[in-house]
Design a protein around this ligand. Sequence first.
Ligand code: 2P0
Length: 340
Amino acid sequence: MQNSVTVIAPVNIAVIKYWGKRNEQLILPINDSLSVTLSTADLCSKTTITADPSYEENKIVLNGKEENFDNERITRCVEMIKHRALESESCSKELLAYKIHVDSENNFPTAAGLASSASGYACLVYALAQLYGLKKQEISDIARMGSGSACRSIYGGFVQWQKGVQLDGKDSIAVQIAPASHWPDLHVLILVVNDSKKKVGSTSGMARSVLTSELIKYRVEKCVPQRIHSITQAIKDRDFSKFAEITMKDSNQFHAICLDTYPPCVYMNDVSHAIVNFVHEFNRNEGETKVAYTFDAGPNACLYLPEKYVKRVLAFFNHVLPNDNQNSVEYLRGTPVDID
Ligand code: 2P0
């Protein structure tokens, strides 16, 4: 008997960034983070997992290319899910004994700072959970063991990853603070500045920041707790200008820490900095904050804005941003999304 499941997982873009681990092995962060899970049309991962008694070995194909299944993070996720399924007797022992074939695709540039590991591991873990009969509430800590930010993509809408205090990481989990339907007017524009692979991966970049940045200690103790509190309230109140101000400040502080890292991690480029300036110019012209930017570990911008500003902002950026072969910018539109 063949058992097969296919699932789709969306990306999430953090407004309060995760940057730094207190435990590398268990992927336990030094601070809480908060993100928005985004619509699946343009940005998502799709994974099919098949278990079959005729398979002689486990296999994983990523974007059409076979990868090493014995990668530590992949095998850890598979083993943890199987262990939990065995404990809760959520499926048959025969099914757990079959080898599996995993086929996963991202419909956006992998490793270009567009959160591909978040949706990729969320998708893998969610597909495994479906295959072995586990519930969503049982898997965010396992997704975290694939990639920290993946735990946030298990839920839709507005999601907080609580850093937790326990040594074993059992309380380092994602929780939904509001569904996407709470704020339907909030839209997203992703400006893909450059598709090339980033220079310093997030995992090594944040490890280097923890070791060398002075600023990161200040951020973790003095800034993040207050920001998490304030942005949660802004989301609850649908207070866009408050939400936007905190989002932009946190992005700027995250990149300040990257530059305070030694040797520095430089993720934003000239076009990214131009986008920052244009957003502030746009908001100044409006007399109110109507657009917020945030940048992850790459040069691409994610803009949050109310729906009625999408067209105007697109027209504005088409006019002001360079559009030659080297600097062209692509636009992806999205909205927060709920997951069934
Ligand atoms: C975030 N990033 O909160 C931050 C902002 C990048 C910049 O989470 O080592 O790929 O697998 O836990 O999850 C990227 O970190 O790192 C990330 P690992 P991950 O979205």
